[in-house]
Write a protein that binds this ligand. Structure first.
Ligand code: UDX
Length: 445
């Protein structure tokens, strides 16, 4: 049993701390946000993540997991300090180090024994070393500080599953002792444990996210060419993915990527290159394509509806992806205001992200927890997130509730077969809808 303090109880910190408690360690998750800590102490989850609340509850009951705002006490009682505070994007596009620096100073002031300080937050290359220096320069007592970079690769919506069966744990450190401690924390969790320098571990995180984002923008550019040439991007992705060197994953064309990682990390990586005197035109193109996809879906809706002035658009799915209530950089945040600028009224549906969406979108939309309510009296349905209930909806019923002709713009190429026979004018990304061809493709598997 190790004594761990996780500093920053956001998405990453909460999942990381809970998993370590679940595997038998004593963990305290800290945050300066007293409201969040109160909420967690009362057994309420601040985020929606499948499976999380159950293991939080068990770990709290079995006294391995607790929540606190007393950072100093948490630091003093732990041997391993996981830093998981936010690194939001600064005005220039690089990662803002304010919270990281503040935590480093608090550790320096509170230090009462040797500590292993692990940075979990996504930080620019070189941060681990810099934070180590900062703590050593300001430490109240000369105890040893071993720095580690241990980036996270969890996906929202499947974070618990991912964390219990990680493909890899990357542990960047020059300290033998720290490596052994952090590796043993991951023994039962990760298929592969990889040791690197701090800088390499920091870079692996950015390079991985940037590469996945590149795959998405690549297939989205191919999708635009498909639309112009009559090819079907779903077939292209399948055909490409059969080559194991390419693989099937992250080749789903659509409105592009959102969320807390890809948009921020691609920009931050560009900045890392720039601050080191280099250009990274490929990354620039990835970001531009992603922004273009959001504009092009609005154009698609506008064209299909013959103009949006006075029309009603039902937007299906607000969160940046299914199984999360996270609205950070969600495509809906750009697309809904743009629909409004074209004169449309927006009725928005999401199964769980409405409170979060309302906070950022306010009165730009009306909000519905029923797909059928949202579709009632609409001229267009626009699918932005492939939630399960959108995939399983009764499209004949939806069609009957709408104004006719009814348009269905599928921003995720995720419609079930029944949608094609319901009577809609259907538009997708990277494929020209032809009922005959699609029906044939579906029946031949
Ligand atoms: C991502 C990384 O996958 C994870 O390893 C890292 O730790 C954090 O960032 P996450 O943001 O939770 O995880 O979601 P992910 O499933 O990777 O999807 C990111 C975005 O890409 C979503 O908006 C999703 O809709 C989009 N996407 C994904 C596509 O548009 N097409 C695809 O083929 C895959």
């Amino acid at each position: 049993m190790k004594r761990i303090a996780v500093i920053g109880t956001g998405y990453v910190g909460l999942v990381t701390g809970t998993i370590f408690a679940h595997t038998g360690n004593r963990v305290v998750c800290c945050d300066v946000d007293a409201r969040k800590i109160d909420q967690l102490q009362a057994g309420h989850m601040p985020i929606f993540e499948p499976g999380l609340s159950d293991i939080v509850e068990t770990s709290v009951r079995e006294e391995r997991l607790s929540f606190s705002t007393d950072l100093t006490a948490a630091i003093q009682e732990a041997d391993i300090l996981y830093i998981a505070v936010g690194t939001p994007m600064s005005a220039k596009g690089d990662a803002d180090m304010t919270y990281i620096n503040r935590v480093a100073m608090t550790i320096a002031e509170a230090i009462n024994s040797p500590k292993i300080v692990v940075i979990k937050s996504t930080v620019p290359v070189g941060t681990g070393h810099r934070v180590g220096q900062l703590i050593r320069e300001h430490r109240a007592a000369p105890h040893e500080v071993a720095m580690v970079s241990n980036p996270e690769f969890l996906r929202e919506g499947t974070a618990v599953k991912d964390a219990l069966a990680m493909e890899r744990a990357v542990i960047g450190t020059s300290s033998e002792v720290a490596y052994k401690e952090i590796a043993s924390l991951h023994e039962t969790l990760a298929k592969t444990i990889m040791r690197t320098s701090i800088e390499s571990a920091e870079m692996i995180k950015y390079a991985s996210n940037a590469f996945l984002a590149t795959k998405i923008s690549f297939i989205n550019d191919i999708a635009s060419i498909c639309e112009a040439t009559g090819a079907d991007v779903s077939d292209i992705a399948r055909g490409m993915g059969l080559d194991p060197r390419i693989g099937h994953q992250f080749l789903k064309a659509g409105v592009g990527f959102g969320g807390s990682c890809f948009p921020k990390d691609t920009k931050a990586l560009m900045r890392i290159a720039e601050t080191n005197g280099m250009r990274f035109p490929l990354m620039n193109a990835v970001i531009e394509t992603n922004e273009r996809m959001r504009r092009s879906i609005v154009d698609k809706v506008n064209n299909a509806a013959n103009g949006l002035q006075g029309k009603t658009v039902a937007v299906f799915g607000l969160a940046f992806k299914p199984d999360t209530n996270d609205m950070r950089d969600a495509p809906a945040l750009d697309i809904i205001p743009a629909l409004r600028e074209h004169g449309a009224t927006v009725k928005a549906y999401d199964p769980i992200a409405i409170p979060e969406a309302r906070e950022v979108l306010g009165s730009r939309a009306s909000y519905h927890t029923s797909l059928y309510e949202a579709a009632k009296g609409a001229d267009v349905i626009l699918v932005l997130t492939e939630w399960k209930d959108i995939l399983q909806a009764d499209y004949h019923r939806l069609y009957a509730l709408m104004n006719h002709p009814a348009v269905l713009v599928d921003g995720r190429n995720c419609l079930p077969d029944m949608a094609y026979s319901a009577g809609f004018d259907i538009r997708q990304v990277g494929r020209n809808y032809e009922p005959h061809t699609l029906a044939k493709a579906a029946s031949s598997g």
